[in-house]
Design a protein around this ligand. Structure first.
Ligand code: DX5
Ligand code: ZN
Length: 217
């Protein structure tokens, strides 16, 4: 399978989102990544439900909602209603991750379990069978443009090994500090989906940047 590139709108030009969505699609990205921050789970505030409704109308690509919020179960129905195709939430923010994963699937979206760089993987692996994807953060969540944390690669390898040993099919997504230099190591470690924000939107040629992330040039 070709590595899927997911463009994080956190680095997009919000004054021209329609054009940015067209650019993401024509550059060869496979998903649109929509980061939701509540100012509590992380020290930043980003986008919410009304904006997702607008984005939904502006693209035919799957929209991947990354919830960096407390009590994700309270808001998941509204994000599904607003058009999310994939939703991830943080294991650190959920008291019953299995129930939240089931809730997302029952709503018809792909369910992802996200984990910060240093949270024990025991908070993730037991739920892998209920997840469509695992999101291993490769920076501390909250801001775009941070440097990739190399120690997270071992965690990607461990998740991948778990999938292979158990025969589970959840995909592995990585998010944070992904660029032309860090992508090959992430893919080698087992990543199937690469989220990139600043690297894609600051690139002079987004299509070439996508190919670079996919290891094609
Ligand atoms: C950070 C967000 C990321 C962010 C990635 O908490 O989850 O999706 O936009 O940005 P870059 O690719 O610039 O590290
Ligand atoms: Zn994200």
């Amino acid at each position: 399978m070709n590595t899927v590139i997911s463009a994080s709108l956190l680095s997009a030009d919000v004054l021209n989102l329609g054009r940015e969505l067209e650019k993401i699609s024509s550059a060869g990205c496979g998903h649109v990544h929509f980061d939701v921050m509540d100012g509590v789970f992380v020290n930043n505030i980003s986008f919410g439900i009304p904006m997702l409704k607008g984005i939904r109308k502006g693209t035919s690509l799957p929209v991947d909602v990354h919830l960096m919020i407390t009590s994700p179960e309270k808001y998941i129905p509204a994000f599904i209603e607003a058009g999310a195709d994939m939703i991830s939430f943080h294991t650190e923010a959920a008291s019953d991750p299995a129930a939240v994963l089931e809730m997302i699937r029952a709503g018809g979206a792909k369910a992802g379990l996200a984990v910060k760089p240093a949270t024990p993987l025991e908070r993730v692996l037991p739920y892998a069978e209920k997840a469509d994807f695992i999101l291993q953060m490769t920076v501390e969540p909250g801001f775009g443009g941070q440097a990739f944390i190399p120690a997270t690669l071992d965690r990607v390898r461990t998740i991948k090994q778990h999938m292979t040993e158990t025969g589970l099919s959840a995909l592995i997504q990585v998010d944070g500090g992904i660029n032309g230099e860090t992508a090959p190591a992430a893919v080698k470690a087992g990543a199937d989906i690469l989220v990139a924000g600043s690297y894609l939107f600051h690139a002079p040629d987004m299509a070439a940047a996508v190919k670079k992330l996919q290891g094609e040039c």
